[in-house]
Design a protein around this ligand. Structure first.
Ligand SMILES: [Zn+2]
Length: 309
């Protein structure tokens, strides 16, 4: 029997006045970040971690700041590692998300847990969003304005970023993953490039991605250069009649092998292939996600993908 490696619970770091990041490093599969935005009579959370224990650690850390109750939770997208912890905060917190997030959460259910059955998920109860929007929404916390913008399809179809203009802080969800490989299997490569242009336009000084370390705006171009490379590989692979898996085998990880979870290349190529070969489909159209995960495992050597949650 082997002992599972487990990353420590996250800790809060104040990244700007009244804004904290709950980083769970190194930030690979299911080790997601969360955010805390302080208002005059309580705090707003951005995402809630993958497991009940990690969400409770987040709750305890926020309560330790003694800044008032957690009234509102924003979900940046529907993936379980960002929303499974909702049940630790609601009631009384309301859950705010894009209007596609609830249906996608309901469809995915607790399926993420079956990919990593050894993780101590806890007794997760899916808590769906209670307040939704389609394009944009503003929360007013006293003097502080918090803007929610739908920028998907990018990492998923429902991606929301959270912009705090008075502090120049952007919570970007999984649209950027500093130090980790971008992952667009369930979203769109071309949509992500468009989203990154929008994100650059906010003028953020501090970017909190959905996983990994807090970064500056340079992460937008770093992410875009990876995605452009994926599109180039896909175009060559389609032209040469190779499958996404064989295209990845031919290219290897190129200059991006130092990022965490590089096997995501295979999933990203599946998405890029669909966008190249089926331009009639909307960006973010369904594809065989589980099949692509199987090929990612194969490409990573046949062992389960590393998850330290
Ligand atoms: Zn995600």
């Amino acid at each position: 029997m082997t002992t599972r490696l487990r990353a420590p619970f996250g800790e809060l770091t104040e990244v700007a006045d009244g804004i904290h990041a709950f980083m769970q490093l190194p930030g690979g599969w299911c080790l997601s970040n969360a955010g805390v935005i302080v208002g005059p009579d309580g705090v707003v959370l951005v995402d809630t971690a993958a497991t009940v224990a990690r969400a409770e650690a987040l709750r305890d850390a926020v309560e330790g700041l003694r800044l008032g109750p957690i009234r509102t939770v924003i979900n940046t997208h529907h993936h379980g590692d960002h929303v499974f912890g909702n049940c630790v905060f609601t009631p009384p917190a309301q859950i705010v998300a894009h209007e596609l997030t609830g249906p996608e959460m309901a469809a995915a259910g607790l399926g993420l847990q079956s990919l990593w059955p050894d993780v101590s998920w806890g007794d997760v109860v899916l808590e769906l969003p209670t307040v939704t929007f389609s394009r944009r929404m503003t929360l007013q916390l006293g003097e502080r304005r918090v803007e929610l913008h739908h920028v998907g399809p990018a990492h998923t179809t429902s991606d929301v970023v959270v912009w705090v203009p008075d502090a120049n802080v952007l919570f970007a969800g999984d649209v950027v993953l500093p130090g980790c490989t971008p992952f667009n299997l369930m979203g769109s490569i071309r949509g992500s490039l468009a989203a990154l242009d929008r994100l650059s336009g906010f003028g953020a000084d501090i970017v909190v991605g959905g996983h990994g370390t807090v970064s500056g705006p340079e992460v937008f171009e770093q992410t875009a250069s990876y995605l452009r490379w994926v599109l180039e590989l896909a175009a060559e692979g389609v032209a040469d009649g190779l499958s996404p898996l064989r295209t990845a085998g031919r290219s290897g990880y190129g200059e991006f092998g130092g990022l965490l979870d590089p096997e995501r290349l295979v999933g990203n190529l599946h998405r890029a292939y669909l966008e190249l070969t089926r331009p009639d489909l909307p960006l973010g159209a369904d594809l065989d996600v589980l099949g692509a995960f199987g090929e990612m495992v194969e490409f990573a050597g046949g062992r389960p993908l590393s998850c330290y949650a």
